[in-house]
Ligand binder design. Sequence first.
Ligand code: GCV
Length: 811
Amino acid sequence: MVGYGHIVALNDSESSPVHTAGLELQQGIAGIFGKDCNVSHGKWRGASSTDSVAVVGTVGQFQSSGGDIKQLPQLEEDGFWLEVNSSATYILGQNERGALYGAFEYLSMLAQGNMTQVSYASNPDAPIRWINQWDNLQAGGTHGSVERGYGGPSIFFANGSVKDDLSRAAQYARLLASIKVNAVVVNNVNANESMLTDPIMDGLGRIADVFRPYGVQLGMSLYFASPLALGDLETFDPLNASVIEWWHNKTDDIYRRIPDFAGYLVKANSEGQPGPLTYNRTLADGANLFAKAIQPHGGVVMFRAFVYDSTNLNESHWREDRANAAVDFFDGLDGKFDDNVIIQIKYGPIDFQVREPTSPLFAHLQQTNSAIELQISQEYLGQQCHLVYLPPLWKTVLDFDLRVDHQPSLVRNIISGDRFKRPLGGYAGVANVGTNQTWLGSHLAMSNLYTFGRLAWDPTTDPVSMLLDWTRLTFGLDPSVLQTIVDMSMESWPNYENYTGNLGIQTLTDILYGHYGPNPASQDDNPWGQWTRADADTIGMDRTIENGTRNAGQYPSEVASMYDNIDTTPDNLLLWFHHVPYTQRLKSGTTVIQHFYDAHYNGSARAQTYAPRWQALEGKIDEQRFNEQLFRLVYQAGHSLVWRDAINNFYFNKSQIPDEAGRVENHPYRIEAESMELDGYELYAVSPFHVASNKTCIVTSSNSTQGTASTTLSVDSGKYDLAVNYYDMAIGRSQWELYLNDNMVGQWIGDSDLTLGHAPSNYIDGHSATRITFKSVQVEKGDMLRIVGKPDGIEPAPIDYVSVLPEGVVD
Ligand code: GCV
């Protein structure tokens, strides 16, 4: 092992990433080895000055200090050289940021117990490695403080202003620098003109100041109609001379405050946001307006491809299709964007669904820079309450070969700029962290943020090896901890797909509210365009060229013919591209409907195994993280059953095709709450019907009086798991007590807003449906089971059913 008597950081300015790197090395080495090192900032006096040294700085700083590394290759922007030999460690960045990245990479090696001698250069695959935060200036409104954020309120903004205390923002920059992310757009793409007022721009300057020592640049989302909205002009037409001047002036104002400002992010003409189309100008006119204003300062414009009309799409028109929107809207614009514009494209054509084909737009922009937009925040993927490790999903897109002009055209090589020889490109990750101690609201969800950075640096990195690194760094080196977390995480996305939406039908969540729990009916008959076209006999979107929406034809010909033909379409995208009878046979030989049933049963059964597997790690993980994660995994097990039954009931109801295995709507261990003897409780028809067993639950007769539901158990005497399915709404903390005769088995409170740190719904629905299980309870035949529910606020202590489960049975 190399000694660390002395660390030399070749810059003494406190805002410099090289200065930070010196301190990080000092702190890291103290943490890993318990060893105090000196750090000197500024010049290095050569290897002979000490026999035990780590030097960190830029190549330029190193060379001007008289240092020389013989084999140093040409480094790219943000790249670094790491050399650990028997007498010294050299961490040399192409720029200061690169030096800091090298320092973190070195510490990451040491923290994982890797003390080997190395010498290598590491360069980023793409220059754009940005995080997007969807933070609002204030809480309230439909989307709260952070839109689609499940880790608490914003770390940047509160009450319409930039926070005074930005220590958490500085910590975030530190975290992001350690995964080689180089910029953060701090506000929501659903932007607000107030961002461009003096107090907010001053505040952004303060955020940029705390980011700077970590080499993280600040970016901002723009509201396209700002000149009008702020009352300065009567138009926001991008070709109007006053508008152009206005944006130039604003941009100058920003750069006066933030000389290293990264750039703008723009959502235009989409979901209520204004844009250039309002004036019959093109999207390129809109993007170039900002590009020209920011170009003299060296900034860039990330212009989103998420442009579609969410008000006029009409499902009764067979050929209409939201999935076509991006290519249609950008048609004819390739080559028309300025060189500092990057088109930011969501991975699939719709919206972060559990499985989507690659967006065809990647193939269409050959003379335009592009970047992929990935979502770390699990909007449609369990919102950090379900364990879903995302890189295997992201890799389905990054590694997809679009075969443009019959040449290899992997998405990752398009966005790196390699395939079409573009100067810019890369990755935007929607993270939406908040003030929660865990950042994202869940300990295990952080692997997604970590691996986003790793993939943006090198998209060929293997999902398992990244996960191993993250787990070692987060939970230590215990082999059983590593194995369990890796196994569960690697299963988690396909498994979530199994119990949510299969065969490319999308997540099947409630797209009109919350995007969390099941509600397949919400997909159709509205202009949002996330349609399934499910009826009594058939399901799926016909996106074929002849008969359907022609979406398959948006892909280059080799891919187009694969998706256009049902025989060559992979099963996992069958219903994305084809409209088929429920009885359609898959390549596996089973029918679509039976696959739905089986996948939901298998997926939810697998989800039951997570908590026990985690429990086996007790004592190997600190108590707090062990318990908090266990809570989530138990919750996930219960909610996966809600998903299973809702989806299966819905499609059974539609198709009337029974489950070959006889499971759907057959629950011998269940006692429906509505069939119990009720006192102070009454029946309630749940909507959507399929999120309640037998379509019905019970609620207290008033908001202030308790209710009791009782039943005599006829099971044989023995040990049972008693599972109660109930609804935990966001508003209200109802209390429940479960008794056997006069003995209380357990009590609980409807406080998932606290325990999950995230309140999925104000209603009795698939978001709030949940389960509590009391394990291994001794039951005597003839015992009286009684639940007492005490309402609170608008939450009427709702109960769906009780399952009396023999050992090993889950239902
Ligand atoms: C920030 C989806 C999300 C919205 C999000 C939008 C977007 O529609 O549900 O919350 O808005 O995508 O990416 O712009």
